[in-house]
Design a protein around this ligand. Structure first.
Ligand SMILES: C[S@@+](CC[C@H](N)C(=O)[O-])C[C@H]1O[C@@H](n2cnc3c(N)ncnc32)[C@H](O)[C@@H]1O
Length: 268
């Protein structure tokens, strides 16, 4: 496991409670939308990469039925534990959670019918190389489904958070946003999937708005990858960023989270 991957898992584990607070309004909606496009069918074997609290894995497990199987894998032990609890509450015995690096996962005999990854590939150290590793887990003819933020998604929330962080520290460029920028349009995502050696790429777009309160906006910032931008700051600086963030959201009249996603599928 690389140092960068360990850090990503730790970031998401530290914010797991706030992350899961957004499950009903955001992550589960994205997971359901992903599974509607990836379309797991009865009896299939599915690998859910970067599963978080299980949003798309739970949806897939319902769709493959008791004769199917879903392996849900994430670096964050705290999120995996939440996913396990949710699967147990639903009695989904066909859904197994694992705390592991998805880029070092081994395929079962014959490979998976479907590999899906919602909002995860841009966190990989090398998005092309590491997503190709996910594709290699498929049986011949199996499907890869990748959901990403569309260009401009979460705009008002993201701009207010950036402005607030910049009151305390310089905004660092991030490899994740550089990687995402290559695949955040339907054309870019389809071409990228083809470039990985997969065929018949298709992209489905989806958008919806979620009402945003100041407390919810902050929870999303500390319960997702943006939490890393607060690491190492003194508590007073973090509180000051929170106050600036709330003020910036109000000044720009940001009352909704603007969710826009793309799900690309392609065949191995
Ligand atoms: C934005 S969250 C998305 C979680 C979930 N797919 C969802 O949509 O709710 C990104 C997740 O990717 C995970 N992740 C990033 N790189 C990973 C890797 N190499 N192996 C396993 N998990 C990884 C993080 O721990 C985090 O839980």
């Amino acid at each position: 496991m690389t140092e960068q991957q360990t850090t990503i898992g730790e970031v998401f584990s530290a914010g797991a409670e706030e992350f899961h607070g957004w499950s009903p309004m955001l992550w589960d909606q994205v997971g359901q939308a992903t599974a509607e496009v990836s379309a797991p069918s009865l009896g299939e074997r599915v690998f859910d990469a970067c599963c978080g609290a299980g949003a798309s894995a739970l949806a897939a497990a319902r769709m493959v039925g008791p004769g199917g199987l879903v392996d849900a894998v994430d670096l964050s032990g705290a999120l995996v534990a939440i996913g396990e609890r949710r699967a147990g509450e639903e009695g989904l015995g066909n859904l197994r959670f694992h705390e592991h690096d998805v880029t070092a996962w081994e395929a079962p005999d014959g490979g998976y019918d479907l590999v899906q990854c919602a909002l995860g590939v841009f966190f990989f150290p090398d998005m092309d190389r590491d997503t190709a590793k996910l594709g290699a887990l498929l049986r011949p003819g199996g499907r890869l489904a990748v959901t990403v933020w569309e260009k401009g998604a979460l705009g008002g929330w993201g701009q207010a958070f950036k402005a607030a962080v910049e009151t305390e520290r310089e905004w660092p460029g991030s490899p994740q946003s550089d990687q995402l920028a290559r695949i955040d349009t339907p054309h870019g995502l389809a071409c990228w999937l083809e470039g990985l050696g997969l065929s018949s790429p298709q992209v489905v777009r989806r958008d919806f708005a979620v009402p945003l309160t100041p407390a919810g906006a902050w929870d999303l910032a500390v319960g997702s990858g943006t939490r890393a931008l607060l690491t190492g700051l003194a508590p007073a600086a973090v509180e000051s960023i929170r106050a600036h963030f709330t003020a910036a959201l109000e000044a720009a009249s940001v009352t909704d989270l603007d969710v826009r996603i793309l799900t690309g599928t392609a065949v191995a």
